[in-house]
Design a protein around this ligand. Sequence first.
Ligand code: ATP
Length: 290
Amino acid sequence: MTLWNLGSINADHVYAVPHIPAPGETLAATGLSRGLGGKGANMSVAMARAGGRVAHLGAVGADGGWMLERLEGYGVDCAHVQRHDGPSGHAIITVDAAAENAITIWPGANREIDPEAVKRALERAERGDLFVTQNETSLQVEAAAQAHAQGLTVAYAAAPFDADAVRAVLPHLDLLVLNEIEAQQLAQALGQPVEALPVPNVVVTLGAKGCDWIETASGARHHVDAPRVEAVDTTGAGDTFTGYLLAGLSQGLAMPEALARATRAAALKVGRHGAADAIPTLEEVERAAL
Ligand code: ATP
């Protein structure tokens, strides 16, 4: 079974600064590092690290070759990722000594994906494959609708949160993953609790408290506790969780087992600094004494 991920690919440029620059201020950074980021890329890496077969759909700019090499290095199939002339999606992240940050994101190629190319790529998917997207690219609704019509299981990670984006994609979903705040915002925007959503499975992540899985047909709510760990960097915790959950489902795990594995993987991630590059392998997740 293949996991098709229509997702963002971002270069994270991280600048260490003595303090976050004030309006009008010019400041020399004391350090610079470059990493692979974007919710889509993080999720593809997580699914691949979990042992899933992953085909990424999306686009990078002329400066994005190294990101595709990095993704492929993790085992993600990038044959359907488009190459554009303009800039790749990127984030300028300034971090001060107290770990406070300010982030500017340029969506770039992530919002200029060619619809025909995505349509043709998805036509190669097989009934029973899994499709996932998030709210950082163009074509979320079109691709989710096509995947749903072709008989794929369709999942959506509602981040960065936008109630209108969720509302538009909702009719095509089998599984919705969102964090506690996003769940509250969605319930408020739609005027109904997430238990009443027209999506069979809703997973609400609760940070250090774990997650809740809601089967909307029966209204049953199942809680999974997260292991207690020392969190040093929660960047990508949600992407690790969702990637591991979907990979587990694609490998035939039942929802409770897939959630348990995703919870362990995310707990390991928060104990490490970094995003995509800090996502643990399945072997590490299975071996860890949590
Ligand atoms: P982020 O935006 O930081 O990637 P999120 O807001 O999408 O995350 P969270 O609910 O904060 O989602 O975290 C996702 C999952 O990661 C949780 O369900 C949990 O399994 C795990 N997790 C997050 N924080 C911790 C923590 N401090 N300790 C253990 N597990 C954690």
